[in-house]
Design a binder for this molecule. Structure first.
Ligand code: ADP
Length: 503
């Protein structure tokens, strides 16, 4: 995309960048009231902007706009191929506006600009393309009946879908929810995370520029316990699609029960294990995936490979190579520098939390191999950290840290590795590294996780159901199944004539 730009170019673009800081309702930017919250640039610790803090009133307004657009049929009854064309144009506009989208997320939550350009923006583009193409492939069915009846099943959109997304991939997580919801014909209200509220406003604006009708895609900014809660409790919202912490994910289920029994899909925390068996083919390759699987995106990844379960026959060598390759693989720096691959953590609070976990790792007896501290930079940075000698009862093996902290645990063969892998409340992703096909398939069968990788980590495309077992949530993102989660079936049983055998 624009990878030839240098730090000074990005800094100049950042200074010149102008962006709205309110809501997007009924096809237009709305400045919002006097209640504002401050977004801090975590790379500098200084305020980036003040953003409208919406609450129940703004949510009501946005939901009413979404409901009007849904009831009017302007989107859901549009010819599916026309919806396809608009969403495809939106995908192109995301790519064309990649630089601005990249800056908005990078400045607010600290992600290295190169990751925005190489991962987040292209993945969001692909996501909208994929679901655009599915818009006219949502079929119903006709079932076999006796001659006296005709039975068909329609697949319809749900209505107004509320999307509540986190700050670790602001644009991409919004895309994962909004794209399938729109492709299925729903209207949407998106509540971005308060740490990263800016790219969502541009995304909604691009939808209208692509030809999307006003009111179909709305954005309300605000704090989780105000705007987020109002959306999740709203009686005219048919579904909440949520990605975030397990604690708030559970709260979504409570909100649904307290209001209108809305559907809820949840993608929450993880403590994903990577199992490295003694017969794996290429130790250096496995080690590099272990490093990137936990240090990429500062470890702020729900499926981060935070538990390294290493067979004791190779554990010494594995850890030695991890130290050698991993200690300096990620360099903290200005996220706008295209050379930087380790940005700050999202907030000072998150840095304190991660450092606290590192303290627990030390005090509970894990061996700190490197890192464990913060670099001498003004922002919210934490150095990549490796603990060895971890056991699965330690806090750093049980709780989601959401930072660049790897926990190496020695295991004795596949059976013990799987038992330890499954000894977790979470079940998001897992990986196994082996040359033995039988062991690979056994691991796939026995691991309790929604996504399993064999001899790789974090590979995949839009066809891959991305979702979760156990307390990592419920429902799937990406894939056809996710799209169907934004639909409901309606059975139409038509009596044609006297039954041959009356009941
Ligand atoms: P994190 O701890 O990583 O910030 P959260 O689960 O708190 O993750 O936040 C994920 C999303 O959920 C954000 O958009 C946030 O504003 C929203 N959120 C947080 N608390 C609530 C709540 N009580 N009700 C509704 N939404 C919330």
């Amino acid at each position: 995309m624009t990878n030839s730009l240098k730090l000074a170019d990005w800094q100049q673009r950042a200074t010149a960048l102008r962006f709205p800081t309110g809501h997007f309702i009924d096809g237009d930017h709305v400045p919002g009231g006097t209640a504002r919250f401050t977004v801090i640039n975590p790379a500098t610790g200084t305020p980036l902007c003040e953003v409208a803090a919406g609450g129940a009133a703004e949510i009501d307004r946005a939901v009413a706009s979404a409901r009007r657009s849904f009831s009017s049929g302007v989107w859901r009854r549009m010819a599916p191929r026309d919806r396809l064309a608009i969403l495809s144009r939106l995908a192109q506009l995301i790519a064309a506006n990649g630089e601005r989208l990249a800056l908005l997320d990078s400045l607010s939550m600290g992600k290295p600009i190169r990751d925005m350009l190489n991962i987040d923006v292209p993945s969001a583009t692909q996501c909208f393309s994929y679901f655009a193409e599915l818009s006219d492939k949502i079929d119903g069915a006709v079932t076999a009946t006796a001659a006296d009846a005709f039975h068909y099943i329609l697949r319809e959109p749900l209505g107004v879908v509320g999307c509540i997304v986190p700050w670790n991939y602001p644009l991409l997580m919004a895309a994962w929810k909004v794209a399938p919801a729109l492709a299925a014909g729903n209207s949407v209200v998106l509540k971005p995370a308060e740490q990263s509220p800016l790219s969502a406003l541009l995304l909604a604006q691009l939808f209208v520029e692509a030809g999307g009708p006003p009111g179909v895609f709305n954005v309300v900014n605000g704090l989780g316990n105000a705007a987020g809660a109002a959306l999740a409790l709203h009686n005219d919202v048919a579904k909440i699609a949520f990605t975030g912490s397990t604690v708030i994910g559970k709260q979504m289920l409570v909100y649904a029960g307290q209001s209108n029994m809305k559907r809820v899909s949840l993608e929450c925390g993880g403590k994903s294990p990577q199992i490295f068996l003694a017969d794996l083919e290429d130790l250096d390759r496995a080690v590099s995936y272990a490093i990137n699987g936990i240090f990429g995106n500062m470890g702020e990844v729900c499926n981060a490979g935070s538990r390294l379960l290493i067979d004791k026959r190779i554990a010494g060598e594995f850890v030695a190579r991890f130290i050698e390759q991993g200690r300096n693989a990620y360099r903290a720096g200005d996220p706008l520098d295209p050379q930087t691959n380790l940005g700050p953590l999202v907030t000072a609070k998150q840095r304190a939390r991660v450092l606290d976990y590192i303290g627990k790792g030390r005090s509970e007896g894990a061996r700190l191999e490197f890192g464990g501290d913060a670099p001498a930079l003004p922002g919210c940075y934490v150095n990549p950290t490796l603990f060895s000698g971890v056991n699965n009862r330690m806090t750093i093996a049980r709780e989601e840290i959401f930072g660049p902290v790897a926990a190496a645990i020695e295991v004795d063969g596949l059976e013990e590795a799987v038992a330890i892998a499954n000894d977790s409340i979470y079940g998001l992703a897992a990986a196994v590294w082996t040359r033995d096909l039988r062991k690979a398939h056994a691991a796939v069968r026995d691991l309790e996780a929604g996504v399993i990788w064999v001899n790789c980590f974090d590979h995949g495309d839009m066809t891959q159901p991305f979702g979760v077992y156990k307390q990592s949530g419920q429902g799937r993102d990406k894939c056809l199944e996710s799209l169907l989660g934004y639909t409901q079936t309606k059975s139409a049983w038509i009596h044609l004539g006297p039954a041959a055998n009356p009941p």
